[in-house]
Design a protein around this ligand. Structure first.
Ligand code: ZN
Length: 224
């Protein structure tokens, strides 16, 4: 089975459409989304609709929980909190209910999918070093663990196990502003990180027009 894995769409419809166009060129059997469909970007409803339509598996992220009220916003920075409250206002009750219903993890054979970390996924720990990747991999017997959350696309290898951060569709933070996704075939078990150009200007203008913090637009261009 060939899978596309996406994460951290964050309401960026311009980036999501470009990523789905790229995904379609590879005709995978399934698309998995690791969560944070909303928060930060100007098109939360449109992104929810497209993710629901296109992704066979969709997980919960911390911003999804913040927006639907399942988690307090006190841990969010001021920009994230403002965007979460703005997003909550924009969504209808069925969309809020859908965010509230998403699972924290998905296991399929030797593959495990989770938003932040397989170690207590509801604590949204960041994995950003080999040490934290080793600790996370020790806690599971899956051969490949797919995560998002930090918005930095990278792969950690520890013995026979791999931890793959698929990066972010809608708000990359590793210095490369292109949208990311990951292709994996469970025959070869060789995940491939793919970067996609998209209409960053369009996404920035939408954030501006929505009255969201300007910093959320600027960071898209910088990729931070
Ligand atoms: Zn995120």
């Amino acid at each position: 089975m060939r899978r596309a894995v996406i994460s951290d769409v964050h309401g960026n419809l311009h980036a999501l459409k470009a990523v789905l166009d790229s995904v379609d060129r590879y005709s995978p059997d399934q698309i998995v989304s690791l969560g944070d469909t909303v928060g930060y970007g100007a098109h939360p409803s449109e992104c929810i609709a497209l993710v629901r339509q296109r992704c066979g598996i969709v997980l919960a992220g911390n911003h999804d929980w913040g927006v639907c009220g399942r988690q307090s916003l006190v841990w969010f920075n001021p920009y994230a909190r403002e965007a979460a409250l703005w997003t909550r206002e924009k969504l209808d009750p069925t969309e809020i209910q859908w965010l509230d219903s998403l699972p924290l993890a998905h296991r399929d054979g030797e593959l495990l999918f989770v938003h932040a970390s397989p170690l207590e996924p509801e604590n949204w720990e960041y994995i950003d070093s080999l040490m934290s990747a080793e600790r996370a991999l020790e806690s599971v017997d899956a051969r490949i663990v797919f995560i998002g959350h930090s918005h930095c696309a990278e792969i950690y290898r520890v013995n026979e196990q791999m931890l793959v951060n698929v990066g972010s569709v809608g708000q990359p933070r590793d210095g490369d502003p292109r949208a990311r996704w990951c292709l994996v075939d469970d025959k070869t078990m060789r995940p491939e990180l793919i970067a996609v150009d998209y209409d960053i200007r369009g996404a920035m203008e939408a954030i501006h027009a929505a009255g969201l913090p300007e910093m959320l637009a600027e960071r898209l261009e910088a990729g931070w």
